[in-house]
Design a protein around this ligand. Structure first.
Ligand code: ADP
Length: 191
């Protein structure tokens, strides 16, 4: 199996690059943001609770997203590998993910972190907010709050993988194809 974490702040292009990566490498895409938005669309109890948190730019509780990932791993026993997008976002989530993968006799191969300046992130997210149905992308204060949460809680996840020598940083600015080329170079060197 090949398991990859695509890491980076909100607006760094994880979703865009994930689509291209799953098409090229046949990995199963697991995005906690997408899983949560699907709960919201179905108006489940979990979705209704999560929406209130997401609209403030805060993180949904660890146990909720860890439970979703655990179910998704169980639901895909034949996957060639997983691409984690938007997860793990806290050190506790990273530790839980290692345990879940351990049970499946597999592990994370690499964490690829996309680096983008804050002004570019805000610009991209406000632009996405003009056309997407995502309410968390229309308000600049909520966008800046999500970036602040990334620095205060999520950046620690990179240190966790650095400790295992699995963290790689890539420039997340340039054209979509240029960035995809950088990511594929790192993946190919590890396959
Ligand atoms: P973005 O990275 O652009 O903020 P996501 O779709 O990854 O978008 O996440 C949207 C929101 O969903 C986050 O702001 C957060 O509230 C919630 N969320 C997604 N993934 C997680 C996670 N792993 N842990 C906690 N909350 C999460």
């Amino acid at each position: 199996m090949f398991n990859l974490i695509l890491f980076g702040p909100p607006g760094s292009g994880k979703g865009t690059q994930s689509e291209k990566l799953i098409a090229k490498y046949g990995l199963k895409h697991l995005s906690t943001g997408d899983l949560l938005r699907s709960e919201i669309a179905q108006q489940t109890a979990l979705g209704l609770e999560a929406k209130k948190i997401m609209d403030k730019g805060h993180l949904v509780p660890d146990e909720v997203v860890i439970g979703m990932i655990s179910s998704a791993l169980d639901a895909n026993p034949d996957a060639k590998g997983f691409l984690f997008d938007g997860f793990p976002r806290t050190a506790a989530q990273a530790e839980a993910l290692d345990k879940l993968l351990d049970l499946k006799k597999t592990s994370i191969n690499v964490m690829l972190a996309l680096e983008v300046s804050e002004e570019e992130l805000v610009k991209r997210l406000l632009k996405r907010g003009e056309t997407s149905s995502r309410s968390d992308d229309t308000n600049e204060a909520v966008i800046r709050q999500r970036i602040a949460v990334y620095h205060s809680k999520t950046a620690a996840v990179a240190d966790y993988y650095k400790g295992f020598d699995k963290a790689v940083y890539l420039k997340g600015e340039g054209t979509v194809e240029e960035i995809f080329g950088r990511i594929c170079g790192e993946v190919d060197s590890r396959l």
